[in-house]
Ligand binder design. Structure first.
Ligand SMILES: NC(=O)c1ccc[n+]([C@@H]2O[C@H](COP(=O)([O-])OP(=O)(O)OC[C@H]3O[C@@H](n4cnc5c(N)ncnc54)[C@H](O)[C@@H]3O)[C@@H](O)[C@H]2O)c1
Length: 347
């Protein structure tokens, strides 16, 4: 199979994480890099801070033989690039995704898809016209524990879902990002759009779109109204109770928590600090074997899969379609509206 040539735009936490994954991946080669910061263009990622995972940022990345650009559009125009991998702040996604798709490239763009509902429409239109493939880094769909739970649930062995709760609480992110963009609600959408979107997406992925959402949120640290902590009830209109909570206002150094409990007719699926366990009605406990062939995280899984699809010319639909991503964005923007209005919002 031909080597897939990658251009990465934005070398912060996610860009440097993707960089290390591609460096170790057979069949992928990083050929170009674009970043507005001179230090990043030299591979110096010493200022990058991670909330979870990430590598040793004290050593510079090896940019030997890589074409380096200040302007992302120059990387998009580079004929040697097959895949444009976009890891810049969220409010910059739409223009770059649309430009890269219009240039005939395959595009992997970090989550969330974009900052506003109007932008979702632009990206969906561009993706439907494009020759190239588009996947969004909704990595939790590919995260080994969540994937194993999803496979068990979809197999029907657990039976109907009765109630579910999801949680994602990060250590404080103030000061962690380029120009502190996480703390600007106009750019990041706060923890609601940046962090909690993973659980909104899981709820959509597991159970489909709810009929309505009711959300409460707190603006604790962010400017421009960013919601730093959110709690949502997803109303399926049939008595099942689904909730999710996300926040990023803890002290720095506090542990990162991602967890869920999905109660079904025949089993309870539970991810907590002990890992993923499935508790059957008869009292037996199953601990599913995780598929970590491509690597230990959802980032490894999703990138390996996307590069493999590009190499083979096969549409990458294992984890997502643009319509399912667009549905997740409809739900999360309804949550944003519900926080602002204090009322339930129909999907
Ligand atoms: N999938 C996940 O688990 C996960 C985790 C964290 C962040 N993210 C997402 O990844 C994206 C990037 O977040 P991050 O944490 O890496 O941010 P970051 O602040 O660490 O890095 C952003 C990088 O983009 C560069 N940049 C900014 N504007 C640019 C432009 N116009 N052209 C080129 N470079 C530019 C900055 O110099 C910086 O190097 C966001 O969309 C975020 O939501 C995803």
């Amino acid at each position: 199979m031909a080597t897939v040539k990658i251009g990465i735009i934005g070398l912060g936490f996610m860009g440097s994480t993707h960089w290390r994954i591609y460096e170790a991946m057979r069949g992928a080669k990083i050929v170009a890099l674009a970043d507005v910061e001179p230090a990043k263009r030299r591979g110096d990622v010493s200022a990058v801070v991670a909330n979870i995972g990430g590598g040793d940022n004290s050593k510079p990345l090896d940019t030997t033989g890589v074409s380096v650009y200040e302007n992302a559009l120059d990387l998009i125009a580079d004929p040697s690039v097959d895949v444009v991998d976009i890891c810049v702040p969220t409010a910059r996604h739409t223009d770059l995704v649309c430009a890269a798709l219009a240039a005939g490239k395959h595009v992997f763009c970090e989550k969330p898809l974009c900052r506003t509902a109007a932008e979702v429409k632009r990206i969906v239109q561009a993706a439907k016209k494009a020759k190239g493939f588009l996947n969004i880094g909704l990595c939790v769909r590919a995260w080994p524990e969540y994937r194993a739970a999803w496979e068990y649930f979809k197999s029907g062995k657990a039976g109907k879902m009765l109630s579910a709760t999801f949680k994602r609480i990060s250590p404080g992110v103030d000061g962690n990002s380029w120009q502190n963009w996480y703390m600007d609600g106009a750019i990041s959408g706060g923890a609601l759009l940046d962090l909690h979107v993973h659980d909104t997406d899981q709820i959509n992925y597991f159970f489909g779109k709810p009929k309505a959402v009711v959300s409460h949120g707190a603006n604790v640290l962010s400017k421009n109204g960013g919601i730093d902590h959110v709690v949502t009830i997803y109303d399926y209109g049939d008595g099942r109770l689904v909730t999710a909570e996300g926040g990023w206002e803890q002290s720095k150094g506090a542990t990162f928590e991602m967890s869920f409990t999905i109660v079904c007719e025949k089993a309870t699926l539970k991810l907590d600090s002990t890992g993923l366990n499935i508790f059957l009605k008869n009292g037996k406990k199953l601990t599913p074997k995780l598929d970590v062939k491509a690597g230990p995280t959802g980032w490894h899984q999703e990138l390996k899969y996307f590069v493999g699809c590009v190499a083979k010319g096969v549409e990458p639909v294992k984890y997502q379609t643009i319509d399912s991503v667009s549905d997740t964005m409809k739900i999360v923007f309804a949550e944003e509206k519900s926080v602002a209005s204090g009322k339930a919002v129909k999907i």
